[in-house]
Design a protein around this ligand. Structure first.
Ligand code: FAD
Ligand code: MLT
Ligand code: ZN
Length: 473
């Protein structure tokens, strides 16, 4: 049972520690921080903390460690696994990073930037652009997720095929460890072999090993030419053949390679304003593919030639090249609003899976057959980052079907899909993380050795278990 007198006393101590304006307890202020983006979890909290700087974060975490109070770091709260939501006890604190939102430095010559954790991803991209540089992390949620949340989840997104996941974009990190110490390693070095890689450990730790407060990020030259195509293909196998040829012939310039099913177009054109089908005819599968370069290579010509060759092989059925920035943006809008359109369509079961790229067609075939046979009240919406072997193998409730029996089978459907993924040597969490939603999956599919190493790391750094309790492990 919550103890109001104890809670009031604790909040009083917090106010003297970090200032009254940084400790919110009003239920209207707390409400948005207590529920996750998908509305799977509704938590309670002692308070919402809004520290102004890393020193205040350090004081709070040190105090929480002494008091044995659980802390849930929260960024833009766009995560899909309930990782930023407190539990139902009302005894945990939510620590929002949103006031740590300064770009501390942009070093164009060194191709690096230091940004605080609470910077919105779109602002980080923009700061790079202002310095004639490029920061490649790009997600549908980039207008609201924070770079700290991206680091904590090791986010993937639309440009991984060329630049890698968030972990690959980081040079240095600043974090507050569970005992309150500030780990300050914002060096902008490309080479630094000095012991265990703590930066890599914190990236992807989902708030369970500390609070990330800033990072030094890698930048690239600003892109000056691009070629973007919306392509209709015969089947997923054609996508993989085209991907291999693109990679082999365009070198580093392939930056996005996204697979879209017909239903992705049906849903976005139905629910999202301004989205239209790029073709007059309907096809079963599509690709959105982009080449970019900081130089002035004739990327359009190259892509056009490649698509013509693929058409001769009957892999490509139709293709539309973006002839202007407006058309390019329209293609991307279609792709990026699939999750939103899916939400309008009704409840869905999300599976963020990956397999070795070459196995993608076989997996899609086998898993789709399973869904067709076993989920007659569901509709498959399978799209994603095909260039990375990452699919959002989502199953929506079929139109008109009752929600309750559909949702009641979530664990059974999830089990079948994830067991199949394990047989493909794949991952049940390619880019969205574990949080609270996939904890049981981690216990089931991770090896005993991996699990015991993870538990040992957690215990060594956070022996009192104050950092994001009940998440990941
Ligand atoms: P939150 O949701 O606030 O937190 C996520 C986790 O990180 C929690 O465990 C939290 O405790 C922890 N955390 C947050 N900030 C910190 C910090 N400073 N220090 C320590 N821990 C912290 N994800 C992808 O990977 N690829 C996609 O393509 C993609 N597309 C998306 C599209 C849409 C429309 C939406 C809504 C989401 C999408 N996501 C995608 C999921 C989500 O946006 C990412 O996981 C993102 O990285 C989460 O960032 P956030 O700031 O919202 O973090
Ligand atoms: C995406 O790639 O659009 C997201 O990661 C998937 C989703 O939002 O479900
Ligand atoms: Zn994704």
């Amino acid at each position: 049972m919550p103890d109001p007198a104890r809670h009031a006393a604790l909040c009083g101590q917090l106010r003297s520690l970090i200032g009254a304006d940084s400790v919110l307890t009003d239920s209207a202020d707390l409400a948005p921080a207590l529920v996750d983006h998908r509305k799977l979890y509704q938590g309670q909290a002692l308070a919402l903390l809004l520290p102004h700087d890393v020193e205040a974060v350090s004081r709070v975490i040190g105090w929480c460690n002494q008091q044995r109070i659980g802390v849930v770091p929260q960024g833009g709260n766009t995560g899909y696994c309930g990782g930023a939501t407190p539990d139902e006890s009302g005894d945990q604190l939510v620590l929002s990073l949103r006031r740590l939102n300064r770009i501390r430095a942009v070093d164009a010559e060194n191709f690096s930037m230091t940004a605080e954790a609470g910077c919105i991803l779109a602002n980080v991209q923009q700061a790079a652009d202002h310095a004639d540089r490029f920061f490649p992390l790009s997600l549908g949620s980039e207008g609201s997720c924070q770079i700290g949340g991206n680091l904590a989840t090791n986010a993937g997104g639309l440009n991984v095929v060329r630049y890698g996941m968030t972990r690959d974009l980081v040079l240095g990190i600043e974090a507050v460890l569970p005992d309150g110490q500030i780990l300050s390693n914002l060096k902008s070095l490309r080479k630094d072999n000095t012991g265990y890689n703590l930066k890599s450990l914190l990236v992807g730790s989902e708030g369970t090993l500390g609070v990330i407060t800033a990072a030094t990020l890698k930048l690239w030259p600003r892109m000056r030419s691009s070629a973007t195509a919306f392509i209709a293909i015969t089947e997923p196998a054609a996508a993989i053949a085209l991907l291999a040829r693109l990679r082999a012939t365009t070198g580093e310039s392939l930056s996005s390679f996204e697979l879209i099913p017909r239903i992705g177009i049906d849903l976005t054109t139905r629910y999202i304003d301004g989205v239209s089908d790029p073709f007059a005819q309907r096809y079963a599968w599509y690709l959105l593919c982009e080449l970019t370069s900081a130089g002035s290579e004739p990327l359009q010509d190259h892509l056009q030639q490649l698509l013509a060759d693929a058409a001769e092989r009957s892999e490509v059925l139709d293709a539309a090249l973006a002839t202007s920035e407006r058309v390019r943006a329209a293609f991307w809008k279609l792709r990026e609003t699939i999750p939103e359109a899916q939400r309008h369509f009704g409840p869905s079961l999300k599976h963020d899976v990956s397999v070795p790229v070459a196995s993608l067609p076989r997996f899609i075939h086998e898993a789709s057959e399973w869904v067709r046979e076993h989920v007659p009240d569901g509709v498959l919406v399978c799209y994603g980052h095909a260039g990375d072997g990452n699919l959002h193998f989502n199953v929506n409730r079929a139109e008109g079907a009752p929600s309750e029996p559909f949702l009641a089978r979530e664990s059974q459907i999830k089990r079948a899909i994830h067991d199949l993924i394990a047989r493909y040597d794949g991952s049940f969490s390619a880019e969205h993380g574990i949080g609270r939603f996939k904890r049981e999956e981690l216990q089931r599919y991770a090896s005993p050795a991996a699990l015991s190493a993870m538990r040992a790391i957690k215990h060594a750094l956070d022996p009192n278990g104050i950092m994001n309790p009940g998440k990941l492990l």
